[in-house]
Design a binder for this molecule. Structure first.
Ligand code: ZN
Length: 165
């Protein structure tokens, strides 16, 4: 399947039927993401086991690319620890920002579909919003844990916020 077909099929599917849509309550950490260029807004909530993502949900409203990207992200990172998430995000980011005529990324599974946005550079922020929001939530948890000792990370408020601008 070429990148255009993969992009169309996977983005449509995940926009129509977002996976892991909703909010975890209680959660260990959370963040709001905002992409003012497009109007995409989402909230990511996480349950963590150590630094491993035990469960993750997202909710919000945005364009098809931001919704599908968040859906794909939640599927991909469930069960991963923070180091694995950072490594995966680095590869996704490379795929999003590669030249339009670069070969499709390998080894990313369905996430490779996101590479279709490389033909629409204005949409890269739509596709990366959920990842930035996830990073903000993980950083927020780390700050809580560092500042307030064991167990403090269980309080997700005030919620972390991230904007792509
Ligand atoms: Zn968007």
């Amino acid at each position: 399947m070429d990148l255009k077909d993969l992009y169309r099929d996977v983005i449509l599917d995940h926009n129509k039927r977002p996976r892991n849509f909703g909010r975890l309550d209680p959660c260990d950490t959370a963040a709001d993401g905002n992409n003012p260029l497009c109007g995409d807004q989402l909230t990511v909530t996480l349950r963590l086991e150590g630094d491993r993502v035990e469960d993750i949900r997202f909710e919000g409203r945005g364009c098809a690319i931001s919704t599908a990207s968040a859906s794909l992200m939640t599927e991909a990172v469930k069960g991963m620890d923070e180091a694995a998430i950072q490594a995966l995000y680095a590869r996704v980011h490379d795929a999003l920002t590669a030249a339009a005529d670069a070969p499709p990324p390998e080894g990313l599974g369905k996430l490779a579909a996101l590479a279709g946005v490389r033909e629409f550079p204005a949409r890269v922020k739509c596709a990366s919003l959920s990842w930035h929001t996830l990073n903000a939530a993980l950083a927020h948890r780390a700050q809580n844990a560092a500042g307030q000792g064991p167990g403090a990370g269980l309080d997700p408020t005030p919620i972390a916020a991230v904007s792509t601008e």
